[in-house]
Design a binder for this molecule. Sequence first.
Ligand code: NAD
Length: 332
Amino acid sequence: MRILFYDTMDYDKKSFEEELKDFTDMEIEFIEADLNPITATLAKGFDAVCGFVNSDIHAMTLEILAGFDIKLVLMRCAGFDAVNVDVAKELGISVLRVPGYSPEAIAEHAMGLALAADRHIVKGYNRVRENDYALSGLLGTTLYGKTAGIVGTGKIGAAMCNVVRGFGMKVLGYDVYENPALKDFVEYVDLDTLLEQSDLISLHCPLFESNYHMIDAAAIEKMKPGVIFVNTARGGLVDTQALIDGIRTQKIGACGLDVYEEEGPNVFKNRSSAVFESVVSTLCSFPNTVVTSHQAFFTKQALAAIARTTLSNGRAFANGELDTLPKPNIVC
Ligand code: NAD
């Protein structure tokens, strides 16, 4: 099977090349360009394509791929909001993904962001580098005994529930389905109750049309004053302008973001010499806000697991053995 890998960086290449030793039936060509209607034409002659979080795999891209008789889109990530699944189904294109490659990696980063923002770790570090040892402006919160609200309690949300529990926090959960593995220590409540009662709110649900901007001005209004807010799920879950207003009015006391609405052109790119207006620069201007760019998944263990599962997905498809894959790997 010949697969064209889009949007690849040196670390992707390294992790996949290490795994390829066990997948000699697969041949990969790595390119830097992301998958979209223009670059889809490069896939002519390949059996499958591999996309990532910011690929544009909507109708036009899928139609071009189908025109080249490509029947498989491998997503080397958990989220598949980059794909128009209905169109893929209509065109007979299978979409496979990598769910839960290292949920703890994302949860650990989410807690890192909460601490970095609330305990002003980046600011403190920069002060020490300048020989400024003053503490004023660095006051934070003891999380022990406070309440954490986890929105979405699937694999990553469950890992986050365990992390906050380890900090001695009471844990509230909101999800469309309750996770039975958490019943001993997570109290499920409706979203409004979670927003009203939590001292730390962390998002871990997928983005759908139905929950676009689920955190808007009205949701922020319901939060406790000074709440710590963390989003490592998807930027579109949060209305950025409402978030900025919430930080400005100090309703939100600390904010940690690994995802944000305008991340599309930025993600995994060095744009330090570009001149452009950006929401990120507004967010970064707040002393209580820390932003990273979609790096929550980025651990050695996660990259190895992503490579292994992506290649296993490709092999199962090539051998007509999709029924051997765990169900969550199959988007359509
Ligand atoms: P999962 O499918 O295991 O869990 C998602 C949970 O969200 C499920 O329990 C589901 O019932 C719940 N859910 C669905 N709609 C909801 C809603 N409207 N409100 C509340 N809960 C809802 O997925 P996961 O592996 O835990 O990943 C969660 C999300 O994290 C992914 O969809 C992706 O967007 C994001 N993610 C981010 C990174 C990163 O590097 N920042 C990496 C991987 C995944």
